[in-house]
Design a binder for this molecule. Structure first.
Ligand SMILES: Cc1cc2nc3c(=O)[nH]c(=O)nc-3n(C[C@H](O)[C@H](O)[C@H](O)COP(=O)(O)O)c2cc1C
Length: 169
């Protein structure tokens, strides 16, 4: 009875399936106990319209992962196109070795969450649930503040093709 159980494909094979697909990139920031962290994130999606909710996935290896364990809020930033310094800082450096917030302009938002001055848009989200996926932690977010500036937004994976993540996934 039922479908025959098939063996799952490996990461390389699945990698070919997602190869070349484009999707938006965001910078997620967080503060806990006067420590700040943040990283470039592509594994995100809106998961509900009303009430609005968004899922953001943070690699288990990242410095950012340790802070989101304890925080109530995170900020999700959309970068304007061509903002290479911020995407490289947050995507190629790790908070394990670098104080990223000493190297960019930001100010404290609700609950102290760092808001990046160079972002085109940001959303501050309350963490409703943490969902452990295999090698990422999913954060289900409820927006508590949104800001939309005038800059165009088109920052996607294809803009970051040559980047080397600060932490291998
Ligand atoms: C194109 C691209 C997409 C990425 N997507 C994610 C992601 O969805 N989730 C994640 O946790 N890290 C992602 N990363 C990796 C982190 O941004 C990167 O390892 C960062 O240096 C980690 O910083 P941290 O250790 O200070 O948290 C991505 C990196 C790049 C270049």
């Amino acid at each position: 009875m039922g479908a025959e159980r098939r063996q799952s494909v490996g990461a390389d094979e699945f990698g070919e399936f997602v190869e070349g697909l484009d999707y938006p990139l965001f910078v997620v920031t967080v503060e806990h106990d006067d420590e700040r962290s943040g990283c470039l994130v592509g594994f995100t999606t809106q998961v509900s319209i009303d009430p609005p909710q968004m899922l953001v996935c943070i690699s288990e290896k990242n410095h950012t992962r340790r802070l989101v364990e304890h925080a109530d809020l995170v900020a999700v930033h959309v970068l304007p196109p061509g903002h290479q310094e911020l995407d490289e800082l947050f995507g190629e450096e790790t908070g394990d070795a670098t104080d990223k917030f000493a190297r960019c302009s930001w100010h404290a938002g609700p609950g102290g969450v760092p808001l990046l001055d160079g972002a085109a848009r940001h959303m501050v989200g309350r963490i409703l649930t943490r969902v452990p996926f295999a090698d990422h932690l999913g954060l289900l977010l409820e927006p508590v503040e949104t800001h939309v500036g005038d800059s165009p937004v088109a920052y996607t994976l294809s803009d970051a093709e040559d980047m080397e993540p600060g932490h291998p996934a």
